[in-house]
Design a protein around this ligand. Structure first.
Ligand code: N01
Length: 549
């Protein structure tokens, strides 16, 4: 169908990562005509762009996958405990092919504007390739970590060598052999890339502004028993995952309730096993500063044991934020890498960067001559990709204006004044604090059920009420305030982007609690939302019930 506003579809989905693909799959099952716009020239979202050396997931691969199809989860074979980026990209491409999703995805197309037409109760979506599409629903599957941030360093544009951002890595692998490399940034991306680049480069300078806590991954090939454990009863494991997000060995003990020796034993055991499980050693690590200090000191001790030079160990030791309040990093031989003669830690607290020069980086102390620059400098997280689109709701109000003091929405799903526009795993939802795939499935299922409900009622629009939004935002803030998270200048807080409002964006209440709240809201007739109007074209339900695959 087509009119002045361009071709008409039921839903426009922005982004073809895990969220966009699953939305497309679910909407087809509802009989909706959906069009996906994707800026990249392939599927995968964050896993499409993050091809930097060493990129891998820090959620175990048997858990970091879709649960909607038993056949899919049985047939896919993960090779390692923590999947490397190429394997995750293969997986998501397999999903796209298996469910024939590509034919509704338009690649190399960036959505630039989305405007709500109140008279017609529909969105007009425009792209940088001149598309203009009318849609009843807009699903912003834009990703939380998809707007790469290039720091505002004087002289950067004049650098004469190669410059790469970890979040926009080229398709052709970069050969670091013989290169003089500067890597800026020591978050998850930087700490993963460092050991791998160090193996190849002639010289690697790691420019660190803030040291982070890095726990070892202890990655390994997946053994048949582990695979069988999961595949033997995936349905039950997934049911539990819907409550807890990622499976960790959650503790019911408080750190200070056990002896010093017992704490150390527990930390040492989890350190030895590897992964994020370390942060769950005691139930109050995210809540109590004293408890947190014990875990933080354990990591600092480990750093001193792993790094030969005490001054370098000291510079690598985080002291300015609670452990876990910035996303904990999971690495492989990160600290050990600084024992290599070809690797130099540049402590930017002692010698800040003054400028990038054509031949390298000049700090307050000296100039580092390099031919390759790796920016592991992160993202305008959670809101960056969304607000890069000029989104206009009722009365032409822009989302950027509405969120000028920080994101406000109801359940992290909808914002008042923007009917039929859904955000996926955005601010106000558990989002980046849980296994993203689980969070995505929960959101998309809720949205699909909501659209189904509108069609059953013959209604045109659903919109969050301002008072519901206000109380949800207050709840999100209150929950965050009970934890140590707001104490760190993290990207969770928007603190890495100059001028961005400092608000703790994800919902810390947990996916199980959040899911129950969303389900209750739906069960009470979408409490806190206004459902209105008469739908122009009711969706025809499928004649047979959707299969599970
Ligand atoms: O980005 P970050 P990231 N001069 O924002 C530094 C997920 N992820 O891409 O802290 C000098 O964490 C900045 O320094 P500071 C994961 O959720 C997951 O590494 O601002 N330095 C910091 O060290 C993660 O948390 C996986 O002082 C500058 C770094 O750049 C999220 O993505 C893998 C600077 C940015 O760290 C983001 O991680 C990778 C400047 N001007 C990513 N500007 C896994 O699953 C910034 N920095 C394992």
């Amino acid at each position: 169908m087509s009119d002045q506003a361009g071709p008409r579809v039921d839903a426009v989905i922005v982004g073809a990562g895990f969220a966009g693909l699953y939305a497309l799959y679910r909407f087809r099952r509802l009989g909706l005509a959906a069009r996906v716009f994707e800026a990249g020239d392939g599927i995968g979202g964050v896993w499409f762009w993050n091809r930097y050396p060493g990129a891998r997931c820090d959620v175990e691969s048997m858990q970091y996958s879709y649960s909607f199809s038993e056949e899919l989860q049985q047939e896919w074979d993960w090779s390692e405990r923590f999947a490397p980026q190429p394997e995750i990209l293969d997986y998501i491409n397999h999903v796209a092919d298996r469910f024939d999703l590509r034919r509704d995805i338009q690649f190399e197309t960036r959505v630039t504007t989305a405007a709500f037409d109140e008279a017609e109760a529909r969105w007009t979506v425009e792209t940088d390739r001149g598309d203009r599409v009318a849609a009843r629903f807009c699903i912003m599957a834009t990703g939380c970590l998809s707007s790469a941030r290039v720091p505002d360093l004087p002289g950067l544009a004049d650098f004469a060598g190669d410059c790469f951002h970890t979040g926009a890595w080229p398709r052709t692998p970069v050969d670091f052999a013989g290169r003089q490399v500067a890597l800026i940034g020591t978050g998850s991306s930087g700490i993963q890339a460092t050991p791998v680049i160090a193996e190849q480069a002639a010289q690697l300078y790691v420019f660190q502004r803030t040291p982070n806590f890095v726990v070892p991954a202890r990655n390994r090939a997946l053994d048949p028993e582990t695979k069988q454990y999961w595949k033997g009863d995936y349905a039950a494991h997934r049911r539990r995952a819907r409550e807890v997000g990622t499976f960790y060995e959650f503790s019911d003990r408080r750190a200070m309730d056990v002896s010093k020796e017992e704490r150390r034993r527990e930390y040492a055991r989890r350190w030895q096993e590897g992964g994020v499980n370390f942060v769950h050693s005691f139930k109050d690590i995210y809540l109590d500063q004293d408890a947190n200090d014990t875990a933080a000191e354990f990591v600092r001790e480990r750093i001193r044991g792993l790094v030969a030079d005490p001054a370098i160990a000291d510079a690598l030791s985080p002291t300015d934020h609670p452990l876990g309040a910035k996303r904990i990093c999971v690495g492989g031989d990160y600290y050990e890498t600084f024992n290599r003669p070809s690797v130099t830690l540049v402590n930017l607290r002692a010698e800040p960067i003054e400028a990038v020069t054509p031949a390298g980086i000049r700090t307050g102390s000296q100039e580092y001559a390099v031919d390759t620059l790796v920016l592991a400098t992160g993202y305008d997280a959670m809101t960056g990709a969304l607000l890069a689109i000029d989104i206009r709701g009722r009365g032409g109000q822009s989302l950027r204006d509405k969120w000028a003091c920080g994101p406000v929405n109801y359940l992290g799903l909808m914002t008042a004044g923007f009917p039929n526009l859904f955000t996926v795993t955005g601010p106000g939802s558990p989002s980046v604090l849980v296994n993203m795939v689980i969070g995505i499935e929960q959101h998309i299922d809720w949205i699909a059920d909501c659209i189904g409900h509108l069609d059953t009622c013959g209604a045109a629009t659903i919109e969050a009420l301002a008072e519901a939004e206000e109380s949800w935002v207050a709840h999100v803030n209150a929950e965050a305030g009970l934890t140590l998270f707001p104490q760190a200048a993290s990207w969770y807080m928007g603190a890495n982007i100059p001028g961005k409002p400092r608000v703790f964006m994800p919902y810390v209440g947990g996916i199980g609690r959040y899911r129950r709240r969303c389900d209750e809201v739906a069960a009470r007739g979408y409490e806190g939302f206004e459902i209105a109007g008469k739908a122009a074209r009711p969706v025809q339900p499928l004649s047979e019930p959707p299969s599970t695959t």
